[in-house]
Design a protein around this ligand. Sequence first.
Ligand SMILES: NC(=O)c1ccc[n+]([C@@H]2O[C@H](COP(=O)([O-])OP(=O)(O)OC[C@H]3O[C@@H](n4cnc5c(N)ncnc54)[C@H](OP(=O)(O)O)[C@@H]3O)[C@@H](O)[C@H]2O)c1
Length: 421
Amino acid sequence: MYLNLVGINHHITPVNIRERAAVRRSRVQDALEALKKTAAHCVILSTCNRTEIYTVENHNQEKERAGLFFLKKYLHVPESILSEYAYFCSGAAAAEHLFGVAGGLDSMIVGECEVLGQVKRALASAEEAGTANLPLRRLFQASIRTGRRIRKETEISRNHLSVSSIAVELAVQSLGDLARCRILIIGAGEAGKGAVLAAREKNAGDILVASRTLERASALARVLRGTAIKFDDIPAILGSCDLVVACADAGGTIINSHQVAQALQKRNGSPQVIIDIAVPRNVDPDAGLIDNVSLYNIDDLNLISEKNHQLRKRELIKARRIIREERERFLSWWRSFSVSPVIFALMEKANRIRDAYFDKTLKKLPTLSDEERHSLEKMTEVIVTRLLQDTVDMLKENSNRDGQYSRLVSQLFRLDCEVSQ
Ligand SMILES: NC(=O)c1ccc[n+]([C@@H]2O[C@H](COP(=O)([O-])OP(=O)(O)OC[C@H]3O[C@@H](n4cnc5c(N)ncnc54)[C@H](OP(=O)(O)O)[C@@H]3O)[C@@H](O)[C@H]2O)c1
């Protein structure tokens, strides 16, 4: 059995490419349905920083990995992009990578907490689609435990930074005091809520919230003392806003450059800052070419997040130790799991033979009392277990040898079972 990972992430892949491989929350079930045609056991983890496909496969498909096939055929990511940006790993390396992701070590904002929720959601979606088998379930549960431990046992998540809060930090750097600014937040999901909260913490004065569903915008606005506006009113209201934070999971552009140009005409030369943290992006990149418009995307937050990264360096050492511990714990489980079909088949065959000869013997001894019969049965059970104990122990002890011992035992005892690697 092989654990494989195929992914692309923010470390080397810019947002204009990453957004092509993004699987939006509303599309995850369809995507899993498509992926399971080539990999029955799979999980898709898609966040603003990464799209990763985890699969557990029976054969080592080095050449045509199911995750890669999915990115090519379902998401239509061109081969040229994949060969330049995609990464692959398997087994222990894939588990260690996921543990780092869940711990926030791989995020643009090191230590951010949102990714832990995204990892949980990825597993829940796979459970719903019926694509999470036992190893994947254990892997993701172990990663969630790792993520929690890292946040509890280290200071990596101190200050509760998030992409949304860093976006607001960038806005403060550009605009100064937010108290006199009108701010429009587009999107009332997790990212939108984070942006409104961060803006409130910076004493922002006038906050408008727009979401596709007005009730959702109203609910967020109510809690955080903002004003909900209709999605369709965004173009009309745009000119009055000093700052726009766009974070709707719309799958593409909500504001085009023409709308921004028109909005700017109403601002009498006053600058406007637009921070688009959505992936795929919500604002046409050409809007950044318009005079007095400062348009930032999620990758532009890198500079601020780099400072955060330096501050948290010491905590990274502690976090990596936790990841190593959890990786060993998971691998030890994986090894005994991988030999369990052989152990099961061995015990099953031995007990089948025992049962048959036991019944045969009983027929020749009709006068046995219940007690004598029970003692005889116990004795045969102990003989079988004791005789096979060394073989079972040897299988467990050598379970990390690519199925070598499993194959040997399976051949020696002529077992009818699939041997995992
Ligand atoms: N969560 C994070 O920490 C985070 C961080 C950085 C960037 N982002 C990016 O921010 C975006 C939103 O993420 P999220 O986690 O906040 O998602 P979310 O909690 O699922 O919220 C989704 C938001 O997008 C809106 N939406 C969904 N489908 C839409 C469509 N077809 N057209 C217009 N609006 C639509 C929803 O509107 P209604 O529900 O009102 O219909 C809601 O306001 C994504 O692009 C994500 O990559 C998220």
